[in-house]
Design a protein around this ligand. Structure first.
Ligand code: GLP
Length: 239
């Protein structure tokens, strides 16, 4: 089992905010590169950032994943969601965003993103969530731990879990572009946001296996877990 720092509290948005700001301050680059995730879990963080926007440091945004074949401003689009919920509130300029073009040729696009990340000096802080089947971004079970950005066929389980966000807009697209586990693990700092007790326990205290992609996080030297109290209680019992 790897070592991680755990922060859990009723006010999930506030502890997440504190940990992200701390990570930015601990990082010595003036404009660190940060990945922000989508989904329901990080919403309290984005609300808090919008409330305290004048205290939030500048950063360069890197997109974590995106459904394949949709336009940037599709209501299901992840970078569009981040723009609406986070970047607009912070008035971040578009030239500071590195985003998957989901209508481009997939291999070409994945190479472009990997090169651009390298050119930007790598990922300083990866804020990520976890899917019900243990996926990180869209790295589904059985994904090799060394993968770089790639095109994914989403599993039926992930498609079902994400219908709540997509059903009214034509459903969950069957494929997605995602940063790879290898790409994400190279981030200097990882902050996992979680409200899912069972799968988080398996990921952080079970065996390191591609059956649970998030279990690779046990190998990261600088992992912070921001959790709901329910998750925190479970993790503490296992520690
Ligand atoms: C999607 C995203 C993941 C995210 C996960 C959890 O599948 N690709 O990056 O972590 O959903 O979402 P939620 O926070 O809504 O449970």
């Amino acid at each position: 089992m790897g070592v991680y720092q755990l922060f859990d509290h009723e006010d999930f948005g506030d502890i997440a905010f504190q940990q992200v700001v701390k990570a930015v301050n601990d990082n010595h680059r003036p404009n660190p590169t940060i990945i922000f995730p989508t989904g329901g879990t990080p919403e309290p963080l984005y609300t808090r950032i919008a409330e305290l926007r004048s205290f939030f440091p500048m950063f360069d945004y890197i997109n974590l994943d995106q459904y394949y074949g949709i336009e940037y401003d599709d209501p299901r689009s992840y970078p569009f969601e981040i723009e609406q919920k986070l970047l607009k509130a912070l008035k971040l300029k578009p030239d500071l965003q590195l985003v998957f073009n989901a209508t481009a040729q997939a291999n070409h696009e994945c190479h472009r993103i990997e090169n651009a990340i390298r050119h930007a000096g790598g990922i300083d802080i990866a804020v990520i969530g976890i899917g019900p089947n243990g996926h990180i971004a869209f790295n589904e079970p059985k994904t090799d731990f060394n993968t770089r950005a790639h095109l994914v066929d989403l599993t039926p389980e992930t498609i079902a879990a994400n219908q709540k966000y997509c059903a009214q807009f034509g459903g969950v697209p069957p494929q997605a572009l995602t940063l790879g586990l290898g790409t994400i693990m190279e981030a200097k700092k990882i902050i996992l946001l979680t409200n899912k007790p069972e799968i988080t326990l398996r990921a952080l205290h079970g065996s390191v296996t591609t059956d649970v992609p998030a279990s690779v996080l046990q190998r990261h030297p600088n992992l912070t877990v921001v959790a709901t109290p329910q998750v925190g209680a479970k993790l503490r019992l296992a520690a």
